[in-house]
Design a protein around this ligand. Structure first.
Ligand SMILES: [Zn+2]
Length: 224
């Protein structure tokens, strides 16, 4: 048996099940896609966008990279965003990190893995902004999780600052950005308090002290 045989068997069973439930599903979908959401998430195999949100093929446009980073020189991420916003006209961009993120942990522990260390420099920038706050968190896993939250906030703001989102708002296209953090241990998404749907809300998000205003897993008393 080929190692990939189980995957192909699963695929045939999945396709059969969907066609039995809705014979028009694949023919309709093959003609067009009209997703409402763009998901920018971590590549981690435990954080699949469709499954987490109970969405079918065609309902969410997806970009994933290590540590769900949005940088203005990443043509891959920007191209996905541009197509999603300008052509597909998604109404929501969800930047979803996850607690216990390996990329975030590697940054905090200053681990070296090779080429990827360069990519994770972007998380290091986030860490440096919050170093005194993070140093005060005694538990190392909690420190990683807190940086996961700060990273989502920075990447959501970064996404909102792209020319793609700015241009969409300028022409009056409704577009909202949301920062989420997913829990690997309970499968639940947490809204961490950052939602941006206009230039004014972006200004407000940039001015916010997120060390005090995140709806954090670790500081439930804090509120936005
Ligand atoms: Zn991750």
């Amino acid at each position: 048996m080929h190692p990939l045989d189980p995957l192909l068997r699963n695929n045939r069973a999945w396709s059969e099940k969907i066609r039995q439930e809705n014979p028009d599903f694949f023919p309709t979908l093959s003609r067009q896609q009209a997703p409402t959401y763009l998901w920018i998430g971590c590549s981690d195999s435990r954080v699949p966008a469709n499954e987490i949100c109970g969405l079918l093929p065609g309902e969410v446009f997806v970009h994933r990279n290590v540590a769900n980073i949005v940088v203005h020189s990443d043509l891959n991420c920007l191209s996905v965003m541009q197509y999603a916003v300008d052509v597909l006209k998604v109404a929501h961009i969800i930047v979803c990190g996850h607690y216990g993120c390996g990329g975030v942990r590697a940054t905090l522990l200053e681990q070296k893995f090779g080429l990827i260390d360069n990519w994770l420099r972007h998380v290091q920038d986030v860490m440096n902004k919050h170093r005194p706050h993070l140093t005060c968190i005694a538990d190392s896993a909690a420190r990683v999780d807190r940086l996961c939250e700060f990273n989502v906030i920075d990447q959501t703001i970064s996404a909102a600052q792209t020319t793609i989102v700015q241009s969409a708002w300028e022409r009056g296209q409704p577009l909202a950005l949301h920062g989420w953090c997913y829990g690997l241990d309970d499968g639940l998404v947490r809204q961490i308090g950052i939602d941006i749907s206009s230039p004014d809300e972006l200004k407000q998000a940039i001015a916010t002290d997120w060390e005090k205003n995140t709806i954090s897993l670790y500081e439930p008393e804090a509120s936005p």
